[in-house]
Ligand binder design. Structure first.
Ligand code: ATP
Ligand code: LTN
Length: 331
């Protein structure tokens, strides 16, 4: 039987965070044997926020090295850079003519980001979900492993794909989101009602995957909690709840087990334990990352081969799309 297809993307819009790792990349590792996986560094999506060209180049290479350091094997997965496969941009135009203004206006990521960058509410920020839908649909994807913040975008992808299938005939597989039970939404360490996000300007809010141990310890020490003083799972303790979920994913325990293990302990002890658990998970990743970054040739080989593999699949779907909508094939 053919393997099912997985597609996911990550923006090179800054340094990768613990949220990206626990919510997304870490789970991608467990899928590489059973599925045919495509993982894309979505540099075109990252442009919806202004990026200095030299930073974008650096962040793109770092994101690729980070995916490898986190354990993705380029022989088992297709790892590639979005702008290397022009079919994404080409199909996005067609699909944007099948997506309604009203649908895009309802996207919470658009609303959040427009509020954050009110001086740069560009058309790309608005049509971002169309490009994301195309990323997914070009590969005839069955499952999309993401953090829970992306669920709405996947619902839109399904709606647009169904619309196309109904209008023109069966063309796309309708994808499903694949969201982990724990770790799907890691919150900011400073404002625990908000998700941890790599584009957050407050460095203390995020744990970056490359933070050295002393920085990780310091950031957890400063993490915002509450004055209740009990380590327990409670809605009015979002800071503690976030730390419990971080610890539980790092240690492979349920949240209830974590709360039980720290019963009667103070926040200081708990925060140090969380910091050590995170350091233990990140140390081997950091070591591999640094080794990979000093081997540019290898990284180039990975993205070049990845682009060829991705292009083959994407071109086929694009050809189908063009034909079905009535574009005349050039030859
Ligand atoms: P930006 O701040 O630029 O929007 P981001 O940190 O939200 O970036 P993305 O590159 O957009 O990260 O997301 C990559 C993957 O990481 C997605 O699957 C997303 O759902 C997941 N992810 C991002 N932040 C978190 C988080 N705080 N908790 C769990 N998963 C997350
Ligand atoms: N929108 C996603 C990144 C992304 C993506 C995708 C995820 C772009 N294309 C395709 C899954 C599938 C984000 O902001 N995290």
């Amino acid at each position: 039987m053919e393997k099912k297809i997985i597609f996911s993307g990550i923006q090179p819009s800054g340094k990768l965070t613990l949220g990206n790792y626990l919510g997304a990349v870490r789970n991608w590792n467990n899928l590489q044997e059973e599925y045919n996986c495509f993982y894309c560094i979505v540099d075109m999506h990252a442009m919806t926020q202004y990026q200095e060209p030299k930073d974008l180049r650096k962040q793109t290479m770092e994101a690729l090295a980070m995916l490898l350091a986190c354990g993705l094997d380029p022989d088992k997965n297709t790892l590639f850079i979005q702008s290397h496969v022009p079919a994404h941009a080409e199909a996005a135009w067609v699909m944007s003519c099948m997506t309604y203004f009203g649908e895009l206006s309802r996207m919470t990521q658009f609303k959040d980001k427009s509020a954050k960058q009110s001086e740069n509410i560009n058309a790309g920020l608005f049509t971002y979900p169309v490009l994301m839908a195309v990323d997914i649909l070009l590969y005839q994807t069955h499952l999309v492993p993401v953090g829970s913040d992306q669920k709405q975008h996947i619902e839109l992808t399904r709606d647009v794909a169904e619309r196309f299938n109904n209008r023109y005939s069966e063309t796309f597989v309708i994808p499903e989101p694949y969201i982990a039970k724990v770790g799907a939404k890691i919150m900011s360490l400073q404002e625990p009602e908000k998700k941890m996000s790599k584009s957050d300007e407050n460095e203390n809010a995020n744990i970056y995957l490359l933070d050295p141990p002393e920085v990780i310890r310091k950031k957890f020490k400063r993490a915002v909690t509450d004055s209740i003083g009990i380590v327990q799972i409670a809605d009015d303790q979002p800071g503690i709840r976030n730390l419990i979920s971080i610890y539980s994913v790092c240690k492979n325990m349920t949240e209830e087990e974590v709360a039980k293990a720290f019963e009667g302990k103070g926040y200081g002890d708990f925060k140090s334990a969380v910091a050590e658990a995170v350091i233990e998970v990140l140390s081997p990743v950091q070591e591999k990352f640094h080794a990979l970054m000093s081997d540019k040739e290898y990284l180039e080989k990975v993205y070049q081969e990845g682009a060829l593999k991705a292009e083959n699949v994407a071109r086929k779907t694009l050809r189908k799309i063009y034909k079905k909508v009535g574009f005349i094939p050039r030859s």
